[in-house]
Design a protein around this ligand. Structure first.
Ligand SMILES: C[S@@+](CC[C@H](N)C(=O)[O-])C[C@H]1O[C@@H](n2cnc3c(N)ncnc32)[C@H](O)[C@@H]1O
Length: 287
């Protein structure tokens, strides 16, 4: 049976010229590069959206988006469709282990009264809540009620942030949180299936929209931990380096930047040193 016989409409064909135009628009506004191997993903995403709004040619849709700002509701919706939101709690264990050791050191210092953490490209919140649960447990373990901590969680996708703020996760997803953390920091919803983060943890995480392409306008600094994983994989090398340098500039002295393994190569910063920790890609601000 063909797709049409199944009632599935194929994506509208896109000329090479159209592909180049869309590719440039997506890269300038979001940073991600749609390689020729992901062309069909672009065609399907755009065709689906165009059908929803009654358009059947790429030019008209392109004109419509170009005539409005990047903050237009249509662009916000399309951005959500063009980005990959896959995530999970405590996704990369070695990175979380490294953060745990770093936090323990910070909390040991009786002169320290605040810890600032940033999850950049936080998707639906699992990464940010994992960082908050981990920090909370360590602060409590050490009896440091005098330490204030907060997690800033940013993403380009507004619909994803709305979901993240609610802190509600399906049964299967909740089940992936280590039991000790789940029982302490989450509760089951009245449907006895979904899990929600407790208010005490939700209050520790501040979600806001931020495009990593506009980092110079972000009012963040003096971060003790910056976590940015699985976001820059579709960025071109020079953009990646720009973003990582800007993130590095937001670190406090002694702060750490934790990236995804292999996400950047041949990058260095005069004030940062690579942290030698197994199965991780992380840097520390030494001056
Ligand atoms: C695959 S998820 C990764 C989530 C989480 N960091 C993790 O590792 O599980 C990538 C996230 O990056 C966001 N993203 C993509 N381009 C972005 C940009 N230019 N600025 C900010 N966030 C972006 C997407 O919206 C998506 O939520």
């Amino acid at each position: 049976m063909t797709l049409t016989e199944w009632g599935i409409k194929p994506a509208l064909p896109m000329s090479d010229e159209q592909f180049e135009l869309w590719q440039a628009l997506v890269e300038v506004r979001i940073g991600i590069t749609v390689t020729p191997s992901r062309r069909s993903f672009l065609e399907i995403s755009l065709s689906t959206r165009m059908r929803e709004i009654g358009l059947d040619d790429y030019e008209t849709y392109y004109e419509r988006l170009m005539s409005g700002p990047a903050s237009s509701p249509e662009w916000i919706l399309l951005t959500d469709r063009l980005t990959v939101q896959e995530t999970s709690f405590f996704r990369h264990q070695s990175s979380f282990k490294l953060v745990e050791e770093h936090l323990k050191e910070l909390i040991k210092d009786n002169g320290r009264h605040s810890i600032n953490i940033w999850s950049a490209g936080c998707s639906s919140g699992e990464e940010a809540y994992s960082l908050a649960m981990l920090t909370d447990s360590l602060v409590e373990e050490r009896g440091r009620k005098d330490v204030f901590y907060g997690v800033t969680a940013t993403d380009i996708s507004l619909p994803t942030l709305i979901k993240a703020r609610q802190g509600i996760f399906a049964e299967r997803r909740g089940a992936t949180v280590p039991e000790g953390f789940r029982l302490k920091y989450m509760h089951q919803m009245p449907n006895h299936k979904d899990w929600q983060m407790n208010d005490a943890i939700r209050k520790r995480v501040a979600f806001s929209q931020l495009n990593l392409m506009d980092l110079e306008r972000a009012p963040f600094s003096e971060m003790d931990v910056i976590f940015c994983q699985n976001v820059l994989i579709y960025f071109r090398r020079f953009r990646k380096r720009d973003v990582v340098t800007q993130l590095a500039n937001r670190l406090a002295k002694g702060g750490i930047l934790v990236l995804g393994l292999g996400e950047i190569v041949d990058w260095s910063h005069p004030q940062l040193e690579r942290i030698d920790y197994p199965d991780t890609l992380a840097f520390k601000r030494v001056s």
